[in-house]
Design a protein around this ligand. Structure first.
Ligand code: FE2
Length: 150
């Protein structure tokens, strides 16, 4: 069983949505590997790396936006990575963890996106929009300046 991305999981922050989709791709890849332990190991490694940097990225966006619950949110991220690590260890001990991992990842991820991520999305979106507006203003000024004094 693989997961089909659904619109309802979108936060409306394109960069974050595409990262979440990528994580879903990794989960699906694990589901599709069957018994191929080398392949599972590769995807697991990628999933862990990718998810860690995605979390760091999310945290930096939240911080920049002055979101009030960054610490609590980060703690949830840490716990999640720890969970992946536990699966990793179990896998390394020779256990077949894929189907349980896929189930856990799926329910955790969507729960997290729908609640925790949804919670920061308004603040982060507003901040990103403000930054874009500022950049546009700057560009406008620059081109004005260029025309007058260039
Ligand atoms: Fe998150």
């Amino acid at each position: 069983m693989t997961i089909n991305w659904s619109k309802e999981w979108e936060l409306g922050i394109p960069v974050i949505d595409s990262q979440h989709k990528r994580i879903v791709d990794f989960i699906n890849q694990i589901a599709e590997q069957g018994e191929d332990r080398d392949a599972i190991e590769n995807v697991l490694t990628e999933l862990k790396d990718y998810t860690s940097s995605h979390f760091a990225f999310e945290e930096s966006l939240m911080e920049e936006a002055g979101y009030g619950f960054v610490k609590a949110h980060s703690r949830v991220h840490v716990l999640f990575i720890r969970r992946i690590d536990d699966y990793w260890k179990e896998f390394k001990n020779g256990n077949d963890i894929s189907s349980e991992l896929v189930k856990t990842l799926e329910s955790w991820l969507f729960n997290h996106i729908k609640h925790d991520d949804q919670d920061y999305s308004g603040t982060v979106k507003a901040n990103l929009n403000a930054a874009t507006e500022k950049a546009k203003e700057k560009e406008k000024k620059k081109s004005w300046f260029g025309k007058l004094f260039g």
